[in-house]
Design a protein around this ligand. Structure first.
Ligand code: ATP
Ligand code: MG
Length: 734
């Protein structure tokens, strides 16, 4: 039969398995997801199961979308089964049956902001000390309770602290219900509660979904596990697939025991092991196995593959992060020159803050790229907030920027006050900032509001004074600190807040790097540069094929021909938090395994000798995982033997050679003065030029015409773009 054609015997066995529970436990790239897709097609085509009796659950919307497509492709026209994430499955169930729990069926799903507002009210009602119990912390504690499947009454009050959390949870839950609203965690928790308290409702779903399939089972948390158990019912037509070596969401409440103890919970379960990997070369697969096999808490297993030996895994230590970015670009270009496609390229990093340098390098090299599961560096909330402060210092008439920061972090300046100032500004035709001065010192506002606005104005004036004395990086650090922005994040004590702090520190690094380069270092110039980088980045959008940037965590389930893992350094990866914690270290190791096994053909592991990150210079040892890969699998090159550049600024110059290599000989008569009006000698995008102060660069964009014609040039010496009026720039062809 055609369906089974492209499957090996154990895969066929899993696809053909009839009723009763089944666990497909297998390593990366062994065809687990493929088994799910084929099994669904088989159930429908060969067993005559109506599609509506099948429920397939995956981890992300992206994965669900891809699976749906593959199934449709196999089945052709006609009804398809429900392929969905846990959250959307539950939302669907609740929409139709939440009434039994006393909610209305048109209940609202609250996002983080809405939830925060409710929590704030609860904290006030319970008189909680904001320092000890910041709202964000309450939020993440409640989230964790929900992941564990605990209602407010299940939280053990074994310490006063815990008891307070439980009280906050109870209050919050009552308020949600009063608002007829559910948060994301509720979607799962309420569904479980619904099924447990109302067997007749559960029964309805048991009648409907008779075949349940779950992908990436290793990352289910306890409440998801309970849900799966309930939906499996007595029939237990449950097929879960997963890989204990790829469990990487421990910090989100996922529980690796779910998979390791599945056999106990579902007696008589059929276990299928897949041992052949179809994705990667022998070398990549071997390397990855050597890394993960050092973990203690794992079921021993080793994959094999019929794929060719392939190239060795390339390991390089570069002098600094700019060279790392440059290496990535150069290798991508080589891959493209060999006929490769950009959509087959991925760059993975451990934390989001690491994306900045790589984004800028790719923009500079004009390599189209997009980011999955993350926001581009300069578009991140905290970066935009702090840049807004700097924009106001540069140009107080920037109303949007002033309004963005007037109450960020909170200064008790409310909407009414902002509206009054806005009205006054409109009436008098003034910029908001000037109207604010009136608010601070004139009779416009009541005394209390006046005092707060005056304090804000003083604060800004203080920064203004600092800006005349301090270099940009120090000014920015001062703003982050003195505004209370940092303290507010620090107080939240959540992973998300820590990530935002890392990003802010990375912003300071960006400025330090900028200051070490030739040319002017003014605030205005930096802001312009940021605006230009963002502008050029948008150009790549919409292009069909582009390279993927993502954290290692988002890489699960995906595959690419060419993979880069950057920042393979102790403290970055493995993450600094894992260094003292053996359990977390095992998870970092699994994360490394996940990353490596995404690669089909070519894998680069990169690190640097000296990294400027989080606002400081670090010299970290190579990630311990590198040492676990047998030497014969590694191509360590001789790059590390190169003499180190004298200082950082000169090393950034090396970025230039990326472009210089490409200069075509026909342009060698570099005396030609550029005359924009001259059709033949006219400028064009991609042209190499030279500027008296900034040296060689590449024209990236042309705007306007005639005397007003401007060009955006990516200067190698700046590692970034600059906008110039062609008429005055005195550009020469390089
Ligand atoms: P991961 O653990 O990373 O999620 P997986 O076990 O789900 O991996 P799949 O993504 O299903 O693996 O398969 C990996 C690759 O191998 C895919 O490109 C798939 O099409 C291919 N593949 C799987 N089984 C076979 C087979 N029997 N013949 C040919 N190709 C196969
Ligand atoms: Mg998979």
């Amino acid at each position: 039969m055609k369906l089974l054609h492209n499957l090996n015997p154990p895969q066929q066995e899993a696809v053909l398995h009839g009723e009763g529970p089944m666990l497909v436990l297998a390593g990366a790239g062994s065809g687990k997801t493929r088994v799910i897709v084929h099994r669904i097609a088989h159930l429908i085509h060969e067993r005559g199961v109506p599609p509506w009796q099948i429920l397939a659950v995956t981890f992300t919307n992206k994965a669900a979308g891809e699976m749906r497509e593959r199934i449709q492709h196999m089945l052709g026209e006609g009804e398809t089964p429900l392929v969905s994430t846990f959250h959307s499955t539950c939302a669907r169930i609740l929409r139709s049956d939440i009434k039994s729990l006393g909610y209305d069926s048109n209940f609202a799903i609250y996002d983080d902001k809405d939830c925060e507002r409710l929590l704030k009210d609860c904290a006030a009602e319970l008189n909680l000390d904001e320092k000890r119990y910041p709202v964000k912390l309450l939020g993440s504690a409640i989230d964790e309770f929900k992941n564990q499947g605990m209602s407010p009454f299940d939280v053990p009050a074994d310490s006063p602290y815990q008891a307070t959390l439980a009280r906050a949870y109870r209050c919050y839950q009552e308020r949600l219900k009063r608002c007829n609203a559910a948060d994301f965690g509720d979607l799962l928790l309420l569904t479980v509660q619904l099924f447990e308290e109302h067997p007749e409702v559960l029964d309805k779903y048991l009648q409907r979904w008779r075949w349940i399939l779950v992908d990436e089972y290793q990352d289910t948390n306890p409440v998801q596990y309970r849900l799966v158990q309930l939906l499996a019912g007595a029939r237990q037509n449950l097929c879960v697939v997963g890989d204990d070596d790829q469990s990487i969401y421990g910090w989100r409440g996922a529980d690796i025991r779910n998979i390791l103890e599945f056999e106990k919970d579902f007696p008589g379960v059929k276990v299928v092991k897949l041992e052949q990997n179809y994705r990667s070369t022998k070398t990549i697969l071997d390397g990855a196995w050597h890394v993960v096999q050092k973990n203690r808490g794992r079921k021993p297993k080793r994959l094999w593959t019929d794929n060719p030996e392939g190239e060795r895994i390339v390991y390089r230590t570069l002098p600094n992060e700019w060279e790392e970015g440059r290496t990535v670009c150069r290798e991508i270009e080589r891959f493209l020159a060999e006929g490769g496609d950009l959509s087959e390229v991925a760059v993975f990093y451990r934390t989001n803050a690491q994306s900045r340098v790589i984004e800028e390098a790719l923009v500079g090299a004009q390599i189209a790229h997009h980011m999955v599961g993350g926001v581009r560096f300069y578009a991140r909330l905290e970066i935009k907030d702090i840049l807004a402060y700097l924009k106001v210092l540069d140009n107080p008439s920037d109303d949007v920027a002033v309004k963005r920061i007037i109450n960020t972090p909170p200064r008790g300046i409310g909407n009414t006050t902002v509206q009054k100032i806005t009205d006054f500004a409109n009436e008098k035709g003034l910029p908001f900032y000037d109207a604010m001065l009136e608010g601070a010192y004139g009779p416009l506002l009541p005394a209390a509001a006046r005092g707060k606005v005056a304090a804000f104005v003083n604060e800004l004036e203080g920064y203004k004074t600092l800006s005349e004395k301090l270099p940009l990086s120090e000014l920015t650090a001062a703003v982050i600190n003195d505004s209370g922005y940092y303290a507010r994040l620090k107080m939240q004590r959540t992973d998300e807040a820590q990530e935002r702090i890392d990003n802010l520190q990375e912003l300071v690094t960006a400025m330090q790097t900028y200051e070490s380069m030739p040319g002017e270092h003014g605030l205005a110039d930096f802001l312009e540069r940021v605006a230009l980088v963002s502008d050029l980045e948008h150009e790549g959008e919409g292009k069909k094929s582009s390279a993927t940037l993502m954290t290692l965590h988002s890489a699960k389930g995906l595959e690419f021909q060419l993979v880069f893992m950057i920042g393979m350094e102790e403290k970055l990866f493995p993450h600094v938090r894992a260094l003292e914690n053996p359990e977390q270290m095992e998870e970092e190791r699994r994360l490394c395994y996940v990353g490596m096994t995404r690669a089909k053909k070519r894998l680069f592991l990169l690190n640097v000798r000296r990294r400027h990150i989080f606002g400081q210079e670090q010299m970290n040892a190579p990630a311990r995982f590198i040492a676990d890969i047998p030497r014969e699998l590694l191509d360590s090159g001789d790059l590390w033997q190169r003499p180190e550049p004298r200082d950082f600024s000169s090393s950034s110059h090396n970025l230039a050679s990326l472009f210089e290599d490409e200069i075509e000989p026909e342009f060698e008569d570099n005396e030609v003065r550029m005359v924009p009006d001259d059709e033949d000698d006219g400028i064009r995008v991609g042209m190499k030029v030279r500027h008296a102060q900034f040296g060689p660069g590449t024209i990236r964009k042309i705007e306007g015409e005639g005397d007003n014609q401007k060009v955006i040039v990516w200067f190698n010496s700046l590692g970034g773009p600059k906008k110039l009026l062609v008429r005055f720039a005195g550009l020469e062809r390089a």
